[in-house]
Design a protein around this ligand. Structure first.
Ligand code: NI
Ligand code: MN
Length: 227
């Protein structure tokens, strides 16, 4: 699986022969100013929830990727399909077989509404079970006991993307516990440093994970990793 980081909580996964974009918030992110939104090519756009720091570039990217399918909870599907965009609705606990692998929508503890005030259902995370690996994208969430259901109901995770910036989501220490809950020792951090409320100390974050036998990966914006 190839993973490219576009800053904040936005990633491009290349798995099962498809390009899967997560939570595109790029043009409004000063840390991602080198990323050209107009150059992003994707087959899917998966959304964790409706907040602007996760959906800001959805419509622009969908317009120049007319075949791309937006995947989100029912209410996000309704919002974007009303705008004439291609969507697939899901809800918590369900799996769906896509052409790159299957995906389960899982619990996230956060809030959700769209930038124009529209109701956006509730926030979610996803488990991607692909021929190139199994990945959990937590979205914006607090630490929650429900994470313990993931290893009970999904194949073993190769990798997880967890928020670590605190204030709006889990902090680093809760993310270490989340790693225990989901039985995954290899974590990519997200939702940190973008704005003042979520600035973190990278050295302390690394130490919190490594002292618990876990690896924290903080990707460079625009950087790509192969797993
Ligand atoms: Ni949020
Ligand atoms: Mn957020």
């Amino acid at each position: 699986m190839q993973i490219t980081y576009f800053g904040h909580s936005s990633f491009l996964l290349e798995a099962g022969g498809k390009r899967i974009l997560l939570d595109p918030f790029i043009s409004g992110n000063p840390l991602a100013e080198k990323v050209d939104v107009g150059q992003i090519r994707c087959d899917y756009i998966f959304l964790s929830h409706g907040h602007s720091d996760h959906v800001a570039d959805v419509e622009a990217i969908a317009k120049h990727n007319p075949e791309a399918m937006i995947v989100g909870i029912w209410e996000l599907h309704a919002y974007y399909s009303e705008k004439g965009l291609k969507t697939h609705p899901m809800n918590k606990g369900g799996w769906w077989e896509f052409d790159f692998g299957r995906v389960k929508m899982v619990q996230a503890v956060h809030s959700s509404s769209l930038p124009d005030g529209s109701y956006a259902g509730s926030p979610a995370g996803y488990v991607f079970d692909t021929p190139d690996g199994v990945l959990y994208f937590a979205g914006d969430t607090a630490l929650t006991m429900d994470m313990q259901l993931i290893p009970l109901t999904c194949p073993p995770l190769d990798l997880a993307i967890l928020p670590i910036g605190s204030n709006f989501t889990m902090d680093v220490h809760d993310a270490v516990l989340a790693g225990d809950f989901i039985k995954c020792d290899r974590i990519i951090g997200c939702h940190y440093d973008t704005f003042g409320f979520i600035k973190i100390n990278h050295h302390d974050a690394d130490a919190a994970f490594s002292s618990n036998g876990k690896e924290l990966i903080l990707m460079n914006v625009g950087g790509t990793l192969e797993f």
